[in-house]
Design a protein around this ligand. Structure first.
Ligand code: ZN
Length: 242
């Protein structure tokens, strides 16, 4: 399932303005809370806070990885991203966050964005408002426990969203503009090609870090698009600088 840019752009622009205001606001008051927390030092910044890539001036892309964290795929993916100084967004499933908080902490620490992908991956449009809120709140709590920071974005499983879902959360929904269909094709070269052949500036690319072949496609994607001048940013960074 894909959504046209016309569908995405209106809310993207509105959120972008809000996110930009947050980004330029002095951060001193935000830091005080973190400093006062008597827990081990875990970076609480997101890529948006310290990534100065200007997507109006350079060519950006937001790679997104759903359904993790997974062992061993997510750690492998993190090492690939780090080799290319690439940032990405992880839409994590709450029960996987609870099982592997160390991996989610590593995502955040490396400057990636951690987003909410529900607790157990149901079709949220089939749930009541209360059930949707439970799915998302429980996951945000797990992410905050792992990283020190609650997410601000969520991706509904299957891209299924309606007004009940929107009304059940303050999180901002994120869909995608380029679907690799990587779950359908367990073939790293094919997955890589699906991005390299079709990618456009400012695309939000849907992939999954629970599939070995999807992760194996990433070095080829990073190599090819880096050569073409692409900068790999988080979803919130892309929105904030457009
Ligand atoms: Zn998913």
């Amino acid at each position: 399932m894909t959504f046209s840019r016309a569908t995405i752009t209106p809310w993207l622009s509105a959120f972008g303005k809000r996110a930009q205001q947050q980004t330029v606001r002095p951060s001193g008051s935000l830091d005080l809370g973190a400093a006062a927390t008597p827990t081990p030092a875990v970076p609480t910044h997101t890529a948006s806070d310290d990534d100065d890539t200007d997507c109006e001036k350079v060519t950006c892309i937001a790679l997104t990885f759903d359904d993790g964290p997974a062992v061993p795929e997510t750690a492998t993916l993190l090492s690939y991203l780090s080799q290319y100084h690439a940032r990405a967004t992880f839409f994590t499933v709450g029960q996987n966050v609870a099982a592997h908080p160390d991996l989610v902490r590593a995502e955040a620490r490396a400057g990636h964005e951690v987003g909410n992908h529900s607790w157990s991956h149901p079709d949220l449009t089939k749930l009541s408002r209360e059930q949707v809120a439970y799915q998302l709140n429980r996951t945000s709590d797990a992410i905050k426990a792992a990283t020190g920071k609650a997410p601000t974005v969520f991706r509904p499983p299957y891209g299924a969203i309606n007004n009940t879902v929107r009304g059940a959360t303050k999180l901002s929904p994120v869909l995608w503009t380029l679907d690799t269909e990587d779950w359908k094709y367990p073939d790293a070269a094919k997955v890589a090609q699906s991005v390299i052949a079709k990618v456009k500036r400012n695309d939000v690319v849907l992939m999954h870090d629970i599939h070995t072949t999807s992760v194996a496609a990433v070095p080829q994607i990073l190599r090819a698009l880096t050569a073409r001048g692409y900068h790999f940013v988080t979803v919130s960074h892309l929105r904030a600088t457009l």
